[in-house]
Design a protein around this ligand. Structure first.
Ligand code: ZN
Length: 194
């Protein structure tokens, strides 16, 4: 992965989002990554539409109602953004916590993996990563997502095992995402421990 290309893509997404949403962009994170393709074109197609205006931050992922609240208890809004360049990203726009999902990328993934990536982005909000950035953010978000799914009856152990072939394509990232095979093992370890 070419980091420069990725950073340029992220920068383009940020500018696009700021325009689409029409608000000052306070901070926007990198996404689930490993799935980000350097050099992918980020285009303004005006498709940034709010998926959920529900106050409780509910949205539909893989046919399942999910919701997310941040560390302050504020509902996290989910938006579908075409050409995001990754499955999902988490961030804050004008103090409103946001999860952005690329409908084309996530739509190609199995249901449970879609839910995992949504919960991974949610975890960044739940764990308050905006207020205390650290290099362990990505592994913490992964573990939180897996355990949350496990404890809510969404993920069985075999679901987590089934993620491995999809994650295998990922080379990891400079932002702390583990390379795919390592990440798959780590997720399983999270499932098997407290
Ligand atoms: Zn992340």
């Amino acid at each position: 992965m070419q980091v420069n290309g990725l950073l340029r893509s992220i920068d383009a997404v940020l500018r696009l989002l700021a325009r689409v949403v029409g608000l000052a962009l306070v901070f926007f994170s990198v996404g689930t990554s490993g799935f980000a393709h350097a050099g992918s074109t980020v285009m303004a197609d005006g498709a940034g539409r709010s998926e959920s205006r529900d106050e409780r931050g509910k949205t539909l992922i893989a046919g399942r109602n999910v919701s997310c609240k941040d560390i302050r208890g504020v509902a996290v809004h989910t938006m579908q953004i075409a050409n995001l360049g990754d499955v999902g990203r988490a961030g804050i726009i004008n103090r409103v916590p946001i999860i952005a999902i690329d409908p084309d990328i996530i739509g190609k993934l199995p249901d449970k993996l879609q839910l995992f990536f949504y919960q991974h982005e949610c975890a960044h909000h739940v764990l308050g990563h905006w207020f205390q950035m650290k290099t362990s953010m990505e592994t913490e978000a992964d573990c939180w997502a897996i355990r949350h799914g496990r404890d809510h009856g969404i993920f069985r152990r075999e679901d987590v095992l089934s993620f491995a072939p999809f994650l295998a394509k990922s080379g990891g990232s400079v932002f702390g995402h583990l390379p795919g095979p390592e990440r798959a093992k780590y997720l399983l370890k999270c499932f098997d421990t407290l």
